[in-house]
Design a protein around this ligand. Structure first.
Ligand SMILES: C[S@@+](CC[C@H](N)C(=O)[O-])C[C@H]1O[C@@H](n2cnc3c(N)ncnc32)[C@H](O)[C@@H]1O
Length: 236
């Protein structure tokens, strides 16, 4: 798979923050397939959250198109790079939208009780880093933060991306977890389409669910992703 390769000495033992600090843009600066899906569907300026934004390439692409985004990630150095790129962009020319950078995860994200709910939540290639309890927290937080009809567009590693050369299944560990064979973190919690459906269908109408790739990976051998586009159901 084409996440930072655990057999490559550069990546071994490093945290996401270190990877961002020590490398250039790992997936280039173009928007991901998730941001593309969003931008093709929504043109009126709206408010969104980019969960696991990395160095915020998707939030920046959305801000360039007039949207207001919260770029959220636990990795400090990713946010720092994103913020520098955002400031450079704004020095060059006015852009219609904005990006606010928040260090952390959606589970702990709180807004003012009077603040309006969000129109969209995007998350590219991040959900397969969440264990079952974290994933359930993500579903509840996304359902809570989105307005009725708001978009949830995400991608996560498909079980068909499992590579027996690099990973081994961990039986009994939630049935979807693979550990890198060299023991280095992070583990990968693959998400099948059936599993995504069971998680999200109680709160969301799923419009599209398909296997695809992030075009930016293609030269290295693309990671196979399950990609979902859904909207928040009305609450009874
Ligand atoms: C593969 S990168 C994707 C970055 C970005 N979405 C992109 O496509 O350019 C995954 C990101 O998820 C972040 N991450 C890991 N666990 C997370 C969690 N529980 N909640 C939010 N983000 C997380 C990592 O710090 C990393 O920046």
């Amino acid at each position: 798979m084409s996440e930072p390769d655990s057999k490559n000495a550069f990546y071994r033992g490093r945290t996401w923050s270190q990877w961002y600090a020590e490398s250039g843009p790992l997936w280039g600066n173009e928007p991901s397939i998730v941001a593309d899906l969003f931008l093709n569907r929504v043109s009126a300026p709206c408010r969104g959250i980019d969960v696991g934004c990395g160095y915020a390439r998707d939030s920046l692409a959305c801000a360039k198109r007039g949207h207001q985004f919260v770029a959220m990630d636990p990795a400090y150095d990713g946010l720092l790079k994103g913020k520098k790129a955002y400031e450079q962009l704004r020095r060059k020319r006015p852009i219609g939208g904005t990006v606010d950078f928040v260090q952390g995860t959606i589970h702990a994200f709180r807004t003012d009780a009077a603040a309006p709910k969000f129109d969209a939540i995007l998350s590219n290639r991040t959900l397969h880093m969440m264990s079952d309890p974290q994933l359930k927290g993500f579903v509840c937080a996304a359902a809570d933060l989105l307005k009725t009809g708001g978009y949830l567009i995400l991608s996560a590693a498909s079980p068909s991306d499992f590579s027996p050369d690099k990973e081994s299944w961990q039986p009994g560990k939630e049935g979807r977890m693979a550990q890198r064979k060299d023991g280095s973190p992070p583990p990968v919690y693959f998400l099948s389409q059936a599993f995504l459906t069971s998680l999200f269908a109680p709160y969301f109408k799923i419009h599209d669910l398909f296997e695809g790739t992030d075009p930016v990976d293609a030269p290295k051998g693309a990671m196979r992703l399950n990609i979902m586009c859904a909207t928040r159901n009305a609450t009874p």
